[in-house]
Design a protein around this ligand. Structure first.
Ligand SMILES: N[C@@H](CCC(=O)N[C@@H](CS)C(=O)NCC(=O)O)C(=O)O
Length: 302
C-alpha cells in the first residue's frame, strides 16, 4: 500500500486535527512541511490551485480539506473507529461547529492577541485567504467579546464531560473529540485563552487524554520527493465512482471551489461524484495526471 504523505506545517491548527487522528489510529505517515502562506510552488501542482492546509497525498491521489482526509484515513485505517456507535452524524456535524464558529473565535483571539507581532505579508495573505475578513485593530478591540464567546462554548464542552466520561461520547474517543481538540490547542497559545481553558477542569483532563494519543509514527519527506511520487504513479486506469452526474457528465470539465475561504477554483475532468465526494482528474506538466478528491459539504461543483 502506498504511503500516506501529509503536507502541513507544525503550527497549523487543521494540521493538528489530522495529526492527533494519526495518533489515535497509530498511523505511519510521511511529513512534508509546506510554507505557511502563498506562494506554495510545490503544493500547487498537486492540488491544482487549492491553497489551504493540510493536504494529504497517497501516490497520485490528493485529498483536499480535513473532511475528505478524515474519510480516507477512516477507510484505510478503520480501527479504532472515529465513529463509535454509529456517531457519524455527530462527528461530521460537530466539525462544522468547531471548524467554523469555534475556530472563527479562536482566530479572532489569536490574531487579536498576536496580530501586532505578525509580519505584514502574513496578515495580507490571511486577509486574501478570508476574503478581506482580517482586521487586526477590530480583532484587538473585540477581544473581550471573543473571550465571552470562547468561554460559553467551552462551558458546553465542560457540561458534556460532567458525568465523568472520558470522551464526549463516552468511554472511547470519536471524531467529536478531535474536532474540538485542535481548536483549544490553537487558542491555547494565547496565555489568556489558556487561562480560560484552565477554568474547566474536566475539559483540561480531557485535553491531556487527547494529547496522549500523540501523532503516530512520522518520518520526514521533502516536497520534491512528494512531487516525484505523484509523477511516477500512473492513474490512467482509475475509474472513480459516479452515483449521479447531477447535470454534469463523467469526463466533463468541471471546477471545484471552497465555499468559505481560499475560494480558488480547481479545474479538471469529473471522475467521482457521490453524496460525500467529488474527485477530478487534473493534469499539469510537473506531476502529469493527479486525482484530486474533495468533500461535497463546503465545496461548490460547477
Ligand atoms: N476546511 C479546511 C480549512 C483549512 C484551513 O483553513 N487551514 C488554514 C490553516 S490550518 C489555512 O489553510 N491557512 C492558510 C494556509 O495555510 O495557507 C479544512 O478542513 O481542511
Amino acid at each position: 500500500m502506498s504511503d500516506i504523505i501529509f503536507h502541513h506545517y507544525d503550527p497549523s491548527p487543521f494540521g493538528e486535527k489530522i495529526r492527533s487522528i494519526f495518533g489515535f489510529k497509530g498511523a505511519e505517515w510521511k511529513s512534508v512541511q509546506i510554507p505557511r502562506m502563498m506562494p506554495k510552488p510545490d503544493i500547487m501542482p498537486l492540488t491544482g490551485g487549492y491553497r489551504k492546509t493540510p493536504v494529504m497525498q497517497v501516490g497520485a491521489h490528493i485529498y483536499c480539506d480535513t473532511q475528505i482526509i478524515i474519510r480516507e484515513i477512516e477507510a484505510r485505517l478503520p480501527t479504532p473507529s472515529l465513529f463509535p456507535n454509529g456517531s457519524d452524524y455527530l462527528g461530521w456535524g460537530t466539525s462544522f461547529f468547531t471548524d467554523k464558529a469555534l475556530f472563527g473565535i479562536c482566530v479572532a483571539i489569536v490574531f487579536g492577541s498576536f496580530g501586532d507581532q505578525m509580519p505584514d505579508e502574513f496578515i495580507k495573505d490571511r486577509a486574501e485567504l478570508s476574503g478581506g475578513n482580517i482586521n487586526i485593530e477590530k480583532m484587538k478591540a473585540g477581544l473581550p467579546y471573543s473571550f465571552q464567546q470562547f468561554s460559553s462554548m467551552l462551558d458546553w464542552a465542560e457540561q458534556g464531560l460532567e458525568d465523568g466520561r472520558s470522551y464526549f461520547l463516552g468511554d472511547v474517543a470519536s471524531l467529536v473529540d478531535f474536532n474540538m481538540y485542535y481548536c483549544l490547542w490553537f487558542a491555547g497559545r494565547v496565555p489568556e485563552a489558556k487561562a480560560v481553558i484552565a477554568k474547566f477542569p474536566k475539559l483540561n483532563a480531557w485535553m491531556g487524554r487527547i494529547a496522549a494519543f500523540g501523532h503516530g509514527s512520522q518520518s520526514d519527506m521533502t516536497s520534491k520527493e512528494a512531487l516525484e511520487i505523484a509523477n511516477s504513479e500512473d492513474v490512467s486506469d482509475y475509474t472513480g465512482e459516479i452515483v449521479s452526474v447531477e447535470g454534469h457528465s463523467k469526463g466533463g470539465q468541471v471546477t471545484v471551489t471552497p465555499n468559505d475561504s481560499g475560494r480558488i477554483p480547481v479545474t479538471g475532468t469529473l471522475i467521482t461524484l457521490t453524496s460525500q465526494e467529488v474527485a477530478i482528474r487534473h493534469t499539469n506538466d510537473i506531476v502529469g495526471d493527479v486525482i484530486i478528491h474533495f468533500p461535497r459539504a463546503g465545496f461548490i461543483l460547477s
